[in-house]
Design a protein around this ligand. Structure first.
Ligand SMILES: NC(=O)c1ccc[n+]([C@@H]2O[C@H](COP(=O)([O-])OP(=O)(O)OC[C@H]3O[C@@H](n4cnc5c(N)ncnc54)[C@H](OP(=O)(O)O)[C@@H]3O)[C@@H](O)[C@H]2O)c1
Length: 313
């Protein structure tokens, strides 16, 4: 797989990341059967074999189950660890944690960040994570406290680089103002079904500050990638138009709809990395083709206009 620079780290990573959110096949860790574990291993192995070098996790995926599955694979095959840059996240706390009446919330308390990271390391069977990300902006974020927690994790060799997710440009600036090292990623929802980051300053900031945008849900959670769209269904006309434009472009390039969605993101000058969320080994390896598709500006804008649903001024 083609590689590219990662933020200002001086390191290279694969142009597609592998997203581990769905590998458990369930959000309930009690439902992770031997069959589901085997399927998760098959998905992860497909990604390693296809040359993905960036793997994205979060403590909440399958409520810790996804990190544990990856950690189990790394225990069985320790040589995989050096092939991967492992990213994970903290900061979302589900309702009921720690008290039954605790609300669903975000928590960037220094103590919670450090504790969460240590738990992730244990589950992932590793001494360090490559990129540690704050999952969703906690409006109570005290930048000094977060900076201290990051410094501690870095000094102890538990984290190599830090990043954020779903942060607005001003929130990135606020945090960045107290950190000694640059943030390397901002993981955001961006796709042909989610265009705001192109115009709300998020991708401008990434390009200006050399922060790598990691694109989550790059095929809109699945529907953009569907090759079986039925025009007779009850989809609204705007969605149908976008889907048919993707299909026509895919046909012209001899690739799948998903691969066009990834190639469309890859063309942006912020050097975005789409996070591939499929669990299907064939789709995971086929997605690599996207890194070799060169969409013309005309093709890019045709897709953009179909996604906007209205002409540009
Ligand atoms: N930071 C955040 O807040 C946040 C939020 C959500 C996700 N994420 C990250 O982003 C990653 C991707 O998100 P996502 O899973 O929602 O992304 P997605 O790639 O938009 O959607 C994946 C879904 O699309 C389906 N799909 C069908 N055809 C596909 C194809 N050809 N290629 C890829 N997928 C296809 C997959 O089914 P099959 O498995 O059957 O292929 C899967 O159910 C996650 O794993 C996670 O790492 C981050």
């Amino acid at each position: 797989m083609i590689t590219q620079p990662l933020g200002k780290t001086g390191l290279s990573v694969s142009r597609l990341a592998y997203g581990c959110m769905r590998i458990a096949g369930t959000w309930d860790p009690k439902e992770i059967t031997a069959a589901r574990e085997a399927a998760a291993f098959a998905s992860l192995r497909a990604a390693y074999e296809a040359g993905y070098t960036l793997f994205d996790h979060a403590d909440i995926y399958a409520q810790t189950g996804c990190e544990s599955l990856h950690g189990k694979l790394l225990k069985e095959e320790p040589s995989l660890r050096e092939k991967a840059m492992i990213a994970t996240k903290c900061g979302i706390r589900f309702g009921g944690d720690p008290q039954p009446d605790s609300p669903h919330r975000y928590d960037f308390a220094g103590e919670h960040i450090v504790w969460s990271c240590e738990q992730s390391l244990t589950r992932l069977n590793t001494d360090y994570v490559d990129i540690y990300q704050l999952h969703r902006p906690d409006v109570l974020m005290d930048v000094g406290e977060v900076a201290e927690a990051f410094a501690k994790l870095k000094e102890q060799g538990k984290v190599r680089f830090f990043g954020v997710s779903n942060f607005s440009p001003s929130f990135v600036d606020l945090l960045q103002s107290r950190l000694p090292d640059p943030l390397v990623v901002n993981q955001i929802e961006v796709s042909l079904s989610h265009l705001h980051p192109f115009t709300d300053g998020t991708l401008d900031q990434c390009q200006k500050d050399t922060i790598t945008p990691l694109a989550w849900s790059p095929v809109g959670g699945g529907w953009l990638a569907s090759d079986t769209f039925d025009p007779g269904s009850d989809w609204d006309p705007a969605r149908a138009k976008l889907h048919s434009t993707i299909s026509a472009t895919a046909k012209a390039h001899g690739v799948s709809n998903a691969e066009i969605c990834f190639a469309w993101l890859l063309k942006h000058p912020s050097r975005m990395i789409p996070i591939v969320g499929s669990t299907d080994p064939k789709r995971i390896s086929s997605a690599v083709k996207a890194t070799e598709i060169e969409l013309s500006r005309e093709e890019w804008y045709r897709l953009y206009l179909a996604a906007r649903g209205e002409a540009l001024p």
